[in-house]
Write a protein that binds this ligand. Structure first.
Ligand SMILES: Nc1ncnc2c1ncn2[C@@H]1O[C@H](COP(=O)(O)OP(=O)(O)OP(=O)(O)O)[C@@H](O)[C@H]1O
Length: 319
């Protein structure tokens, strides 16, 4: 059963169509919803929570109808909003306990759940301090904790990495992965950065101007590219010449040699050349595509591409 399914979902505001005939279905797991600012992500989340009615079309969340069963959906789904909503003079514990009480938990259970959840998001030590003194990363974690405190089946996380520095982003993405893998809670996480969802999501839904661009498993985006990257300690040039002489297509990229895989024998040719030239092999690995390439090459996303978009392929020449 899909956790989320929409059919022809459309949302019109005066002068703007925020969602345009959107149809997709996703299974349980960690799902990324990606689109530029204004693509319609927050509008979709509000409709899926049953908070605002769509102009046309249908949607089901956990097999419940958003138009008529919004309350049941909100009992089972946690929501981390995009914008700051935390009272500065209240501690994380007080706030998360309060949110747990609002979901109907009795006081003792609410305190216990709040403590557990704050520990899971990494905020145990600081939980009694007023939130006004928290960093952006800590405030994002409190917002995440309040979304998880009633033990939902599914959480909607709206731009959880917004405002975080690179280390904070990495920590938040790891936490999102753990929510899915360790706690068994499905996740719909939005971002305007396609690349950052690659490592934390099982599936991504890409929207643009309220229309569906793609809905696909991440593994399909990041399929092997048919290119091997080879690194040796010294002797990149002789190895390149040797492999080219053996009929392989080889090009340099920084300290790496990129070799097109022409069949199983490609691996043998590289191994034998490394041994014959008495080189020290540091690594030899299959290159994978990155999901950003969907936007870099929208018409031909499957085409092999040796480098990441925006990352120059050094030395286009071959031997
Ligand atoms: N209540 C509203 N009234 C009028 N227009 C709205 C309303 N809510 C959203 N919009 C418009 O709908 C479009 C989609 O907005 P939405 O907030 O869903 O995008 P988003 O992908 O979440 O972007 P962001 O991350 O910047 O919030 C935008 O053009 C926005 O201006």
């Amino acid at each position: 059963m899909p956790i989320i399914a929409t059919q022809g979902l459309t949302m019109r505001f005066p002068g703007v169509t925020a969602l345009d005939d959107l149809t997709f279905a996703v299974e349980a797991g960690v799902v990324g919803l990606v689109g530029a600012n204004g693509a319609g992500k927050s509008t979709l989340i509000k409709i899926l929570l049953g908070l605002v009615p769509a102009s046309a079309g249908q949607a089901r969340v956990l097999d419940l109808d958003v138009a008529t069963q919004g309350e049941s959906i909100r009992e089972r789904v946690g929501y981390m909003p995009e914008y700051e909503c935390l009272p500065p003079d209240v501690s994380a514990t007080e706030f998360v306990v309060h949110m747990a009480r609002m979901t109907g938990l009795p006081p003792a259970a609410a305190r216990e759940r709040a403590a557990d959840t704050l520990r899971h998001v990494g905020l145990y030590e600081e939980r009694y301090r007023p939130m006004g003194g928290y960093s952006t990363g800590m405030r994002q974690r409190v917002k995440l904790a309040q979304a998880l405190v009633h033990d939902p089946q599914l959480v909607f996380l709206d731009e959880p990495t917004n405002g975080l520095d690179p280390a904070g982003r990495d920590e938040m993405l790891d936490l999102i992965r753990r929510i899915g893998a360790e706690f068994g809670i499905s996740v719909l996480v939005t971002s305007h950065l396609l690349g950052e969802l690659e490592r934390s999501c099982d599936h991504v839904v890409i929207i643009d101007g309220g229309r569906l661009l793609r809905s696909q498993g991440v593994a399909a985006f990041t399929a092997a590219s048919g290119v091997l990257s080879v690194e040796v300690e010294d002797g990149m040039d002789p190895l390149g010449h040797r492999l080219a002489a053996a009929g392989l297509t080889v090009r340099p990229e920084g300290r790496l040699l990129l070799v097109d895989v022409a069949g199983e024998h490609t691996y043998d040719l590289i191994r034998d050349a490394v041994v014959d030239l008495e080189l020290c092999l540091i690594r030899m690995e299959q290159r994978r595509h990155h999901i950003e390439e969907v936007f870099a090459t929208p018409q031909a996303p499957q085409a092999p591409h040796p480098g990441r978009p925006g990352q120059a392929v050094v030395g286009e020449g071959t031997w």
